[in-house]
Ligand binder design. Structure first.
Ligand code: NAD
Length: 299
């Protein structure tokens, strides 16, 4: 049976690294702070915001939350971003998704100061990532590979040898998770397959996913990946975070992978909760500290 990778342990070790980076940055005169902007109410976004608050507090990195009404006109949102762009105590800005439908995501993201855009959603940062020369690696995709690298280190395997020429299959193609995970796979000289929901509609999901030595799943569909979708001995990274109803209507968090089935087929697998999520949170704070270093260079 597969090894279940302990993301919380990996996150704890990464926190130590980020704490050192934080201290060095501060000692060198860097100013860091994260500001999140929430527009309207969304259960998944609020849950993410609570995780960010907790991680920022653990790492003693200042965090402020700006909450705008769900009906705020674009001009008000852009004005809030411009104010934060000019605020030297703010090194990183994160706009929580999803945005209300009356707002144009592309316009909102393009208004961010690229140096403060710690999730790399501004076209300049997305472009740098696609070219293989990222300014920031978006936290979820970064967490996926950090988890893989940590596991490989535990196994005593050399990451570059493992990745080179092996096939990475990414299920889900969003700008924030799937595409960055694909860009990073290119940089590792892996063969890459990227699928979206049309593979499922066409009944060909398994034909694609079974080719993966590494299977990264970010679709947002509970239980999408079953044993039949997985190559024997593959490493499965479950990015999905879905809130489903448990017994008596209790809200429960599950991933996109049917762990109890896949565990009998994979070599290693990340659980949900306790897999990629905790590492994602620490990486966002890491980027916030890195942003302060970039800001110093820009002065
Ligand atoms: P999204 O809805 O923006 O994109 C989902 C992608 O999956 C799309 O490309 C879609 O075509 C594809 N997809 C949907 N159904 C599919 C199917 N049946 N078969 C194949 N592909 C399918 O979602 P997102 O923002 O990329 O997030 C994906 C999941 O990851 C969600 O569950 C989200 O909550 C989770 N997430 C987790 C973290 C973390 O830190 N672990 C961070 C961000 C998002």
């Amino acid at each position: 049976t597969a090894q279940v990778i302990d993301g919380r342990k990996i996150a704890a070790a990464l926190r130590e690294v980020v704490a050192e980076e934080r201290d060095t940055t501060r000692a060198c005169g860097g100013r860091f702070g994260l500001t999140t902007i929430s527009i309207g109410e969304n259960a998944a976004a609020s849950a993410y915001l609570r995780r960010i608050e907790r991680t920022a507090e653990q790492l003693r990195v200042p965090h402020r939350s700006v909450r705008l009404d769900g009906s705020s006109p674009a001009e008000e949102v852009l004005a809030a971003i411009r104010e934060l762009n000019g605020d030297e105590s703010v090194s990183g800005i994160l706009v929580l998704r999803p945005l209300p439908s009356h707002l144009d995501e592309a316009k909102v993201f393009a208004a961010l100061d690229p140096v403060k855009d710690v999730e790399a959603v501004h076209p300049e940062n997305a472009g740098l990532l696609a070219l293989g020369t990222p300014r920031y690696i978006p936290s979820t995709a970064a967490a996926v590979y950090h988890v893989l690298d940590s596991w490989l280190a535990d196994m005593g395997e050399e990451p570059s040898a493992f990745y080179r020429g092996s096939r990475i299959v990414v299920v889900g193609r969003s700008n924030n998770v799937g595409k960055p995970a694909v860009s990073l796979a290119y940089a590792k000289q892996s063969a890459v397959t990227s699928v979206d929901e049309w593979a499922s509609v066409g009944g060909r999901l398994g034909a694609h996913t079974r080719r993966g030595d590494v299977l990264i799943v970010a679709a947002g569909v509970p239980g999408l990946i079953r044993a039949e979708h997985v190559r024997a001995g593959a490493v499965v990274i479950d990015v999905g975070i879905n809130i489903v109803e448990g017994e008596g209507g209790t809200p429960c968090i599950v991933g996109d992978v049917a762990l109890e089935e896949v565990v009998g087929r994979a070599r290693a697998i990340t659980p949900v909760p306790g897999g990629v999520g905790p590492v994602t949170d620490v990486w966002l704070i890491r980027n916030t500290v890195l942003a302060a270093r970039y800001a110093m260079g820009a002065r």
